[in-house]
Design a protein around this ligand. Structure first.
Ligand code: GYE
Length: 321
């Protein structure tokens, strides 16, 4: 392999000396992208990492991929190491919204452009990043709320809702809660009786749902989970408590990953609001544009829909994550 590469290089050099190949081709180095990922907390995240890795490969971009295992301090360390290595572009998916000012200023001082991928940061100075690409989480929450309002149209009594929130302080947890509340508050029959974090994982989703069931039992009419994994964990808890998911308790979640489709086809999940993790190709395009000196849009919103259980079997074969 090494020898082959050397031979190729020698041939290119010869061609260049002979004037048939410009020297700039030889001098052109690969674009280097440093990416700090949150972790592997959900099916969504695994699909997102996969999308970024395969898109980088396809685009011929050298990817330095760092997994922070859900810890902000690890992400900050990774970003500092990307700065030290003088990568061309830094991209990251911030686990929480706050606490990024210092490290983002360090990247700016080093003149390395930063792209926020998937989640936003809560910083006033928006010159600290060149673009934010990802979903509109508030809208996802609204879509979940609208589906519920429609489903409960004829219902006159109170609708007791329990909520499994995502990671505390994360953009999707804050925004999905906000969007959902904005819609359901229009009708006082909707009551959120419990709301707690399940950290976007199946294990935590199950654990917290068990506690909700212990405390509220049959009073619970609806579960709103900020992602599919927590809903899937909660479905287990509901079954273990001798109740029927999607029948005794209406279940709404977000992401629309394959696991959610399987649950819907099995009749255990009512609806999943789509949130696409396939951000890799658009990220690589943005990186290339930046390196080529082009300006890229400050905000790139992912387009997405909503899938109720009635359409799950038909849609399933088309799903890519
Ligand atoms: O919904 C959840 C994941 O930031 C949109 O993070 C992402 C969320 C996604 O762990 O499953």
């Amino acid at each position: 392999m090494k020898l082959q590469r050397r031979t190729l290089f020698a041939a290119m050099a010869a061609a260049s000396l002979a004037g048939t190949w410009p020297l700039s081709v030889l001098a052109q180095k690969k674009i280097v992208l440093g990416f700090s990922q949150i972790g592997a907390e959900s099916e969504w995240r695994t699909a997102n990492s996969e999308s970024i890795k395969s898109a980088a490969k396809e685009a011929g971009i050298e990817l330095k991929f760092s997994d922070a295992q859900q810890k902000q301090e690890n992400q900050i360390k990774a970003i500092r190491s990307f700065i030290a290595q003088k990568v061309d572009v830094i991209a990251f998916s911030p686990v929480v919204e706050s606490g990024w000012g210092t490290v983002l200023r360090e990247a700016k001082a080093a003149k390395i452009p930063v792209i926020l991928s998937d989640r936003a940061v809560d910083e006033k100075d928006d010159s600290l990043w060149v673009s934010f690409m990802g979903s509109d989480f508030v809208e996802e929450g609204r879509r979940a709320g609208r589906w519920l309002v429609d489903k409960m149209k004829g219902q006159t009594g109170t609708v007791n809702i329990v909520e499994l929130q995502g990671t505390v302080g994360s953009a999707p947890a804050i925004d999905r809660k906000k969007g959902f509340e904005e819609i359901i508050k229009a009708d006082p029959k909707f009551k959120v009786i419990r709301s707690q974090t399940g950290d976007f994982t199946r294990a935590k989703g199950k654990e917290v749902m068990e506690a909700f069931l212990k405390a509220e039992g049959k009073k619970i009419n609806v579960l709103y989970a900020h992602n599919d994994d927590m809903a899937i964990g909660a479905i287990q808890a509901i079954e273990e408590a001798g109740m029927k998911p999607a029948k005794d308790i209406t279940i709404i979640s977000i992401d629309a990953v394959k696991g959610a489709f399987e649950a819907m086809i099995a009749g255990k999940l009512n609806v999943s609001v789509e949130c696409s993790p396939l951000l890799g190709p658009q990220l690589m395009n943005a990186v290339k544009d930046l390196v080529a000196g082009k300006t890229i849009p400050k905000r790139i919103v992912t387009e997405e829909g909503i899938f109720p259980m009635e359409v799950a079997a038909k849609e399933f074969p088309k799903r890519k994550y």
